[in-house]
Write a protein that binds this ligand. Structure first.
Ligand code: SAM
Length: 459
């Protein structure tokens, strides 16, 4: 491992005192690796979860009931179950923040700094398809990866945006029940995993991170409903970026209190290191506010509007309905509304009683306005990749071609190859052990491969 900066060693010595030798010794141990099973695909009690646990010799993470450790040589990220969204590879200590935030089905949740999507997909698992997740990432390339991960995990009730926090805050004043802010930080808890974080570390870099964190936290707070909960987390041990940012924030925002803080240490716990604080707004839960009402008015509410695109939407839905019956007969859509984005049809999640709607997204960079259902072009509809991943496990049913996860056919499909198949016709979800990977179109004894080119496995 790269040499640790002297200023960092001194800082940790001061912080840890007698524990410092044990802490520094932990840098000689291998890093911990983990994954989280996806409750949207493997809900509690689903027997197939045992197959996955046995396959990767998983051991439970104490602070997350869907989290598990695995040994490095097993490479679950290279398995077809990963492509099917059965789990998300995530460093175990990073699983703590969402557990402490505690999202529940029906909540309206924001993940403000969300890429690549570890916390967003964990939040979505806890929402169980009910409520709304807005997953935002400021950097476009990272937002694209976030969007792909949301898709792979089969999340239907998420909107993915790519905006700086202040622009989002202007659109969503006092809007969210719960907010996750996993802030960009100096990454002291990443040193075993990421040598670049060591090279980048300096007291000046820490100070820059702290100032940026304070700015982002201020914007996050503007978007929380009275009585709401905000989790602030970092993967750094540094007090300047954790306690001091929070102290300054609370003294500037007397309506907030720090309800709880947790630190995970590599020498005490089995994890790389993480910090989480739960902030509560003291206002009355569910209480309206002038700012929220103003936000509603600014967003145009959800009342009837004259929509020049209504005809195009009607045509798209007419193409979609027969496709839905053929390719996704068991699809259940949550409360929401159809939305046409160019020639792409989406299902925008609009939780009951929420002021969320299409108008709210106007003027924002939106990568994924909900569940992508289909492309509708030249009088034809094609199912979207996201739709396959959002379908429940389907074995031996109409519209599915399921192969064993360890089979040559599974690997061939993921490489983009055509499959041989008799007696089937039309759109099929190609699946491993019943879990859809993507689409194929069968005719003449073959299944033409529709797995997205950008996701295909290299030979
Ligand atoms: N929550 C993510 C997860 O669990 O996968 C990890 C988030 S990472 C620690 C912090 C994110 O903040 C990065 O994706 C980074 O691009 C983003 N970021 C950087 N500068 C930012 C800023 N000024 N405002 C908001 N987000 C920023």
């Amino acid at each position: 491992m790269q040499q640790l900066p002297e200023a960092y060693r001194n800082q940790m010595k001061t912080m840890l005192g007698d524990e410092y030798p044990e802490f520094i010794e932990s840098y000689n141990a291998p890093r911990t690796q983990g994954l989280r099973l996806n409750p949207l695909k493997l809900p509690a009690g689903e027997p197939f979860a045992e197959t996955v646990k046995a396959q990767f010799r998983l051991e439970p993470v104490p602070w997350c009931d869907t989290g598990y450790y695995y040994e490095g040589d097993l490479r679950p990220g290279k398995h077809p179950f990963h492509a099917a969204g059965l789990y998300y590879i995530q460093e175990p200590s990073a699983m703590s923040s969402v557990e402490l935030l505690g999202p529940e089905p029906g909540d309206v949740v924001l993940d403000l700094a969300a890429a690549p999507g570890g916390k967003s997909t964990q939040i979505a698992g806890k929402l169980r398809g009910e409520g709304l997740l807005v997953a935002n990432e400021i950097h476009p390339a990272r937002a694209k990866i976030l969007s792909e991960n949301i898709e792979r995990m089969g999340v239907a009730n998420a909107v993915v945006t790519c905006e700086p926090p202040d622009r989002l805050a202007a659109k969503f004043p006092q809007f969210f029940d719960k907010i996750m802010l996993d802030a960009p930080c100096s990454g002291e808890g990443m040193f075993r995993k990421d040598p670049d974080a060591i090279a980048e570390w300096s007291p000046a870099h820490v100070a820059m991170c702290a100032s940026r964190q304070a700015d982002i936290l201020r914007e996050a707070a503007r978007m929380l409903k009275p009585g709401g909960t905000l989790a602030y987390s970092t993967c750094t041990f540094n007090r300047e970026e954790n306690e001091r940012v929070l102290d300054a924030f609370v003294s500037e925002h007397p309506m907030f209190e720090v309800a709880r803080t947790e630190r995970i240490w590599p020498h005490r716990d089995r994890g790389e290191g993480h910090f989480v604080a739960v902030l509560r707004h003291r206002g009355e839960a569910g209480g309206g506010s002038a700012a929220a009402a103003a936000g509603k008015a600014a967003a145009g509410g959800r009342g009837p509007r004259r929509d020049p695109a209504a005809g195009a939407l009607r045509d798209a839905l007419a193409l979609w309905e027969p496709l839905r019956r053929e390719a996704a007969p068991e699809l259940e859509l949550a409360a929401g509304e159809p939305l046409l984005f160019g020639d792409q049809l989406y299902w925008l999640p609009v939780p009951a009683g929420s002021a969320f709607g299409q108008a709210r997204l106007a003027g924002l960079k939106v990568l994924r306005p909900g569940l992508h259902l289909a492309g509708v072009k030249k009088g034809r509809a094609e199912p979207a990749h996201a739709l396959a991943l959002a379908l429940p496990r389907r074995e031996d049913s109409r519209g599915v071609w399921s192969v064993a996860a360890g089979s040559a056919e599974a690997a061939a499909y993921l490489r983009g190859e055509t499959l041989a198949a008799a007696d089937v016709h039309g759109w099929l979800a190609v699946a491993v052990d019943g879990f859809p990977l993507g689409w194929g179109k069968a005719s003449g004894g073959q299944i033409k491969n529709h797995y997205p080119k950008g996701l295909r496995w290299m030979t």
